[in-house]
Design a protein around this ligand. Structure first.
Ligand code: F6P
Length: 554
């Protein structure tokens, strides 16, 4: 794509002297091994660490030296990361393609904070909604909020997709041991009818509350599922539209569409266009989570977010954890050709954490033009992937250890097993964490051919049993996965993504890339349902649609 703007607001990243300095440093860094770096500096394992709030970050197993870090920080300075950060916190419209402020940080600001958008302080509105959410959550939790037939609510079904699903679904799993175990929570996102079917098939409609979560309230998957859920409810209750008010609430920025759907705006919890979908689960979008864990725990989680916000805003560059993680990703993408980044939580409760990060990171930084509309000639966002350890160890770790790719990884673990595990299961925790530490050790230091030989391994097997090592990892440790720690972790990644977007000079807060598929799906649907409107389809899609219709007709 050609540059539509005559003037660039900033020099091209790859033409900056700070970039050239890093490239030159990379040449000199060559094949330096972590074994050498650790041998040269006995204090590396304690020196290359940070403590932020409840998190302990060890980046000693990264392929960096003091010089690398200095040069990366110079790049951050030259690319104006701190200025953009401050502009974000001030409420400036840094989402330039949508002309919007980016203020998820205001969602966790204290009551007395002042954050202005277009001259208006948004913080009182944030707390007014949080208070309404808290009152509503308490009514549901206490049984005071009843369904159409007078029964208390026992089932909460969140219907949303993307940021209106992944955040609350992830946090619900993460904080499961803090949830009301006597209530049932389900999260429906897929427009595949099977998702809703499986979510409601064993529920009593009289005791079921649907939380319709959609920033725009126009997202086809969510509105389709919400419409089907309403039909299911009214059918089960043998009731008319009047039953909807006790069984449907909406989380949205769009009161008009909520009303059009038939939900009373008295049952709507609002948020604002300056909250991006993937940055929204600490807004009204977190209502299902708040019902699950209660308002006090939800506020503890917000405190955790705030702690990390303040750290990011005020900590000097040498101690700034999101800055560090962001810059490490820039380093590997640019100079090690790393295409992906693994996030590997050693916690069953974080089973959805990486899926959540996929949207946060890949929808934010999956861009190939810069803020000025010019094609980039540098790597932007990586493919983010991973599942909880130790399962990954028995699946794809082989490729990380001995494959041909550079895959930087974050290992996240806890010293204490979470929650209400019986003692014999809590006792398994040391084994879990022994695996965690063993993996980062093996990835960093590997096993040389000589070490393999010394074990008496036959010569023909030596290459197969040799581990190259030198695979970079960051370790993030905390004592326990509490609501506050979860908030700290999520905000750490939010700001890491921000740092990378700032360096890469992309707008991390739009997502135009998801639009084309939506438009084409609308065009293709009548071809599938009625066999009309296929004119102009490419020959592959036309043939697929025709085959689909034949198969569907049986
Ligand atoms: O996938 C595109 C997207 O707009 C996401 O950014 C968003 O989180 C999701 O769809 C859901 O949107 P909404 O909350 O408006 O239904």
């Amino acid at each position: 794509m050609s540059n539509m703007n005559a003037e660039s607001s900033r020099p091209r990243l790859t033409r900056m002297p700070e970039w050239a300095a890093l490239a030159e440093h990379r040449e000199r860094f060559g094949t330096t091994r972590l074994r050498e770096l650790f041998a040269a500096d006995p204090a590396r394992g304690t020196g290359y660490t940070l403590r932020v709030g409840d998190l302990y970050l060890d980046y000693s197993k990264q392929l960096v030296t003091d010089e690398t870090l200095t040069l990366l920080r110079r790049l951050a300075e030259a690319t104006g990361v701190a200025e953009l950060r401050d502009a974000m916190f001030r409420g400036e419209k840094i989402n330039t393609t949508e002309r919007r402020a980016v203020l998820h940080t205001a969602l966790r600001a204290p009551r007395d904070a002042v954050v202005e958008v277009d001259g208006e302080n948004v913080v009182p509105g944030v707390h007014a909604v949080l208070d309404r959410m808290a009152a509503f959550s308490e009514r549901v939790r206490s049984g005071a909020w009843t369904g159409h037939t007078g029964k208390p609510i026992r089932n909460v079904v969140n219907i949303g997709i993307g940021g209106s699903d992944l955040g609350p679904a992830m946090a619900y799993e993460a904080l499961r041991s803090y949830t009301r175990r006597d209530l049932v929570f389900r999260f429906v996102s897929n427009v595949d009818g099977a998702d809703l079917h499986e979510a409601v098939r064993d529920l009593d409609a009289e005791e079921t509350l649907f939380v319709i979560a959609s920033k725009t309230f126009t997202t086809i998957e969510t509105i389709t599922n919400a419409t089907s859920a309403r039909a299911w409810l009214l059918d089960e209750l043998k009731a008319g539209q009047e039953a909807v008010a006790r069984h449907f609430v909406a989380l949205s920025t769009n009161a008009e569409k909520v009303q059009d759907f038939g939900i009373d705006t008295a049952n709507m919890f609002e948020f604002w266009d300056w909250v991006g979908g993937r940055y929204s689960y600490d807004s009204a979008i977190g209502l299902s989570l708040m019902i699950a864990i209660g308002p006090d725990r939800f506020r503890e989680m917000l405190d955790g977010f705030r702690l990390m916000d303040e750290h990011f805003r005020t900590a000097p560059p040498e101690e700034n954890a999101p800055l560090l993680l962001g810059l490490l990703g820039v380093w590997y993408g640019a100079f090690f050709d790393a295409q992906s980044h693994a996030v590997l939580p050693y916690s069953h409760y974080l089973s959805k954490f990486t899926a959540y990060l996929q949207q946060l990171d890949m929808e934010s930084n999956g861009k190939s033009v810069d803020r000025d509309g010019r094609e980039v000639d540098w790597q932007t966002g990586p493919v983010v992937w991973g599942t909880p350890g130790t399962n990954g160890q028995h699946a794809y770790f082989q490729l990380i250890h001995q494959g041909t790719k550079t895959i930087p990884a974050d290992f996240i673990g806890f010293a204490e097993p979470v929650g209400d595990l019986p003692p014999h299961l809590a006792a398994q925790h040391d084994l879990l964490m022994a695996n965690f530490f063993a993996q980062t050790q093996a990835l960093a230091f590997g096993k040389t051919a000589d070490e393999v030989r010394a074990e008496g391994v036959p010569e023909e097997l030596v290459p197969h049993k040799t581990f190259r090592g030198n695979h970079p990892t960051t370790t993030i440790l905390a004592r326990e996965l509490t609501p506050s720690v979860l908030g700290q972790l999520v905000a750490l990644y939010e700001h890491k993504v921000f740092v990378q977007g700032a360096v890469w000079n992309v707008d991390s807060f739009d997502q135009w890339g998801v639009e084309l598929g939506k438009v084409l799906a609308k065009r293709i649907e009548p071809v599938l349902t009625q066999g009309v409107g296929g004119e102009g389809l490419d020959s592959s899609t036309a043939a697929l649609a025709a085959t689909y219709r034949v198969l569907r007709a049986g």
